[in-house]
Write a protein that binds this ligand. Structure first.
Ligand SMILES: [Zn+2]
Ligand SMILES: [Zn+2]
Length: 127
């Protein structure tokens, strides 16, 4: 790795730069990710110090477990920071510009999954 990943929200107001090697690429099927993204939410995480955000990000606290970063204008759901691991930040894989070089590893919160799609890609399923 060593490559820098860049991404932005749908309207281009929020930009991010990831300087670390993303880990834990996963699709979350929980109800909050479903509501916020319109489907399931794919993300990976890095150490917060390896990640820069530019723009007027809005942090939402929908539960005690985490804060979610969105663009206040276009509503793109970009970031997730767990209350128990604030030194890490998860970011939306779909917001990366250009090739990601990332491969999904697993599905999480599968028990919360909506019923309109199947998981048959062979990846590990948890939760
Ligand atoms: Zn935006
Ligand atoms: Zn989720």
């Amino acid at each position: 790795m060593g490559d820098v990943l860049k991404g932005c929200c749908a309207c281009g107001q929020i930009h991010f730069t990831c300087r670390g090697a993303p880990k834990g690429a996963a699709v979350c099927h929980c109800g909050q990710c479903r509501k916020m993204s319109g489907h399931a939410w794919a993300s990976a995480h890095v150490r917060r110090e390896e990640f820069e955000i530019e723009g007027p990000i809005k942090w939402l606290r929908l539960s005690e477990k985490a804060e979610r970063g969105i663009c206040p204008d276009c509503g793109s759901f970009l970031f997730w920071v767990g209350a128990q691991d604030p030194e890490y930040i998860s970011f939306a894989l779909g917001a990366i510009d250009g090739p990601t070089g990332i491969t999904l590893g697993r599905h999480i919160f599968v028990s919360d999954k909506a019923d309109y799609y199947l998981l048959n890609d062979g990846l590990k399923q948890e939760g």
